[in-house]
Write a protein that binds this ligand. Sequence first.
Ligand SMILES: O=C(O)[C@@H](O)[C@H](O)[C@H](O)C(=O)CO
Length: 466
Amino acid sequence: MGSFMDENFLLKGEIAQDLYHNYAKDMPIIDYHCHLSPKEIYENKQFKNLTDIWLYGDHYKWKAMRSNGITEELITGNATDLEKFEAWVKTVPMTLGNPLYHWSHLELQRYFGVDEIIKESNAAVIWEKVNASLNSGGFGARDFIEKSNVKVICTTDDPTDSLEYHLKLKEDSSFTGKVLPSFRPDKGLEINRSTFVPWIKKLEGAAEQSITNLDELLMALEKRILFFHSVGCRISDHALDYVPYAEASKDEVAEIFLKAIGGNNVTLEQEKQYKTYIIIFIGKIYAKLNWTMQLHINAARNNSTRMFQNIGPDTGFDSINDSPLAYQLGKLLDSLDQEDALPKTILYSLNPNDYPVLATIMGSFQGGGIPGKIQFGSAWWFNDTKDGMLEQFKMLANMGLLSRFVGMLTDSRSFLSYTRHEYFRRLLCNLIGEWAENGEIPDDREMLGSFIQGICYNNAKEYFQF
Ligand SMILES: O=C(O)[C@@H](O)[C@H](O)[C@H](O)C(=O)CO
């Protein structure tokens, strides 16, 4: 029996171990969806202590702490960093079976050489060891990126963003990686939210034009897409908590837009018509620019009104949604495909019940000579677990081509999360190794190695063309 999280962690059998150690482990990383701050990267943020880098912004850990009965004071409240750290250390032993248990140990092992089991009796030594490293130099934001062999990072950015720090990083020869923006126009699609009208005002400033009608909105959106493209953006991202599809003429959508900017709510049907029209309009531009369109579907966000009002979004109060998507998604993609204007697309759903739908719709729109043009995206958020990742691998293999998968992303706000790529790679190598051990696939190491390296890095490099 192997020791806890040793070098062959998650790798059963010689083939899996060979595939991981000799093919996967040292492949570079393209992290094509995350929520890191380009400002913190540019400034090479230094971290005060272990809580600063390990707990701040990590709503995965926050959610676990709440489930463990830790009070909010010790999670996002006014407790000291040491008190928050101690509260997390008290929680970790309770997370057995949750990926947080593995991820937390990987984060300390890989970046700080700390092998202690995370538990209360080891809290002091862990706190001291890591803080000594953080205060010794060479443990800034950029250092974690470079240590993790990350070649490309795609942050998540609003169309009105100046991209100031992306531009500064582009000019900074001391930084060898690429930090590229992703175009995330959610606030311009959520026409019934209180953020919509203020956002249109912000867009007027960013696009340096007035936006008093639909044509001007479309012009402004195209301007911002072209600006993002000039800064190196090649990917967009849409959080579609439900997939809209409702047909309407341009004149009808223009009326809906005027109603909204006049400060009036529109009907749900009108919201769907507006969203459908805008997604198709910008999707055509994505296709022209050879961008990739990511659709993150079926999240149910900010379930706790009280906590949303207290501490805002992305704080651990979201869940899986179950809105129907098969018809709507098929029609949305077909609307673009009919005009030969469907961009490369990555389909994610937070609801695993949607996986067969996504994996088969994906197959309906492949083509254009692009391997894996339409992707069934990596197991996302609550599915970013050992079982969730394996389920996605197998579904994609059964229904499409796992060989053409563009692989893992962290989707994180933490500079320590690149260990999730290691976790992913170990699970992938173990699955392929298991198939070979069972004689389900040939034990042809070069072929299997190439398969693995494609999913770890080479497919993404070819697909995204960053
Ligand atoms: O991109 C999203 O909307 C979600 O991934 C969201 O940001 C969430 O907070 C997250 O990061 C899940 O990993």
